[in-house]
Design a protein around this ligand. Sequence first.
Ligand SMILES: Nc1nc2c(ncn2[C@@H]2O[C@H](COP(=O)(O)OP(=O)(O)OP(=O)(O)O)[C@@H](O)[C@H]2O)c(=O)[nH]1
Ligand SMILES: [Mg+2]
Length: 207
Amino acid sequence: MIIKEATFVASNARLEQLPASTMPEYAFVGRSNVGKSSLINMICSRKGLAKTSGKPGKTITINHFIINGSWYLVDLPGYGYAKRSKDAREKWSVLMDSYLLNRTNLITTFILIDSRIEPQKSDLQLMEWMGEHALPFVIVFTKSDKLGAVNLEKSVNTYKKQLLLQWEELPPVIVTSSELRKGKEEILDYIDSNNQHFDPYSNSIRT
Ligand SMILES: Nc1nc2c(ncn2[C@@H]2O[C@H](COP(=O)(O)OP(=O)(O)OP(=O)(O)O)[C@@H](O)[C@H]2O)c(=O)[nH]1
Ligand SMILES: [Mg+2]
């Protein structure tokens, strides 16, 4: 798929204000600083589309981008940012849970994981929660440029092994680097094939 047009639509902290749920939607979620906004910019080939930062906690709202006038990409605020107050963390969790559970046109959530770090409780808990609610997700390893080929493979395999302790089957896994523009085609192909099955009448994927 070629991205001809990528436009920022809206930034929201309340679900009632989100754009109408009439087009297929894909969300990017993960710990603060994992590279969600950078990945969105990379796959859209638009540098400043989603705001990025060296400091964690940059994205604090639900940000919608419309692609080729026909589907949404969503940049979500990160979790696991220790400096946020307990109150702010609870607000995040209520907003995210209800977004993920109630957004009928949300086709798949990309859960981003830093290639360099060991499996984290917060990420594994999110995946478990998604599984319990039958919400589809794809695992996206980020910042793969920071590791050599051997260590990258080791790290991804460790992660897969950890998941297989809990899951019978692995979700799709995509290794990316926004720095090296790696993983773009795989993500876009995945989205494209899902878009083909979107039913605008039910706002979901036809099965
Ligand atoms: N080397 C390298 N650095 C990256 C990559 N992706 C993101 N970064 C850096 O990681 C930092 C965080 O990137 P963001 O895209 O803002 O991360 P985020 O997940 O959106 O962060 P929050 O909005 O705070 O939750 C920035 O300094 C980016 O330049 C990558 O693929 N490789
Ligand atoms: Mg961000």
